[in-house]
Design a protein around this ligand. Structure first.
Ligand code: IPE
Ligand code: IPE
Ligand code: MG
Length: 240
């Protein structure tokens, strides 16, 4: 099926997985898989922009990934540093707006500055919005939101009875972003691993066995074709 004949989901979320296994199968260090994985992210941002997807969210580092070896964590931080700069060029070229979701205060100051520059210098772009989830955890995001709502209640700015689903959504890192329509996870794993717990309530799930570094435009189009074959009922009933 060609992409022109398809209904493109407005928001695609991806749990990129399998970088380590991709590298191991080639006798390479895990870091080599992460490098190829970053290249695949770059490519996917460009492909999503060309396909007319409005929002792309990519899960690159979870609040649980700090458990990995110091070497792997530091290699990942170095890659984020490098790709934050490259992404700025790609974002400008493709009219992409970049935003980071997750708890950024855990990062070194220079990385936080690079992330802020990436967001500020692309804020006026009008094409794809690329949400980059680093040091992101769905539960951590909900805890941070609840703390802020609690503080607003304590200050008398709002009352508990006025807390609605919209209020909670507006305090999440994804405030203002529509919920994902399609979730993709690579590498054969079929779990959420703490990704967008609130926002994925009604997303369609697409799982593929390929490792993230091998993900390409054809794979993205395959996921979109799958999405097009789904009947989204949102709890209601539809005539067939
Ligand atoms: C995904 O690949 C990248 C991150 C979670 C940072 P993995 O590093 O999890 O690769 P596998 O699952 O070990 O193959
Ligand atoms: C999920 O991948 C997190 C990211 C893609 C950033 P993991 O490889 O960390 O997930 P688990 O440990 O297999 O659940
Ligand atoms: Mg993994």
């Amino acid at each position: 099926m060609s992409s022109e004949t398809q209904n493109v989901p407005r928001h695609v979320a991806i749990i990129l997985d399998g970088n380590g296994r991709w590298a191991r199968e080639r006798g390479l260090p895990r870091t080599a898989g992460h490098k190829e994985g970053c290249r695949a992210v770059e490519q996917t941002v460009e492909d999503a922009a060309r396909l007319g997807i409005e929002y792309l969210t990519v899960y690159a580092f979870s609040t649980e990934n700090w458990k990995r070896s110091a070497e792997e964590v530091s290699a990942l931080m170095q890659l984020f540093r490098y790709y934050a700069k490259r992404l700025l060029v790609i974002a400008k070229k493709n009219n992409v707006r970049v935003k980071m979701i997750g708890e950024r205060s855990a990062f070194a100051q220079d990385l936080q500055d690079a992330i802020r520059a990436l967001e500020e210098e692309t804020a006026q772009n009008t094409g794809l919005t690329f949400l980059f989830a680093v040091n992101y955890g769905g539960r951590d995001e909900i805890v941070r939101a609840v703390r802020r709502i609690g503080a607003e209640c304590a200050q008398g700015m709002t009352a508990p009875a006025d807390i609605t689903e919209d209020v909670i959504a507006a305090h999440l890192d994804t405030a203002g972003v529509p919920d994902p329509d399609l979730l993709i996870r690579t590498s054969g794993e079929q779990r959420l691993s703490n990704f967008l717990l609130w926002q994925l309530a009604y997303a369609e799930f697409y799982f593929t066995d390929i490792y993230w570094p091998d993900f390409d435009r054809q794979e993205l189009e395959r996921a979109i074709a799958y999405y097009n074959g789904r009947d989204r009922r949102y709890g209601g009933v539809k005539d067939v």
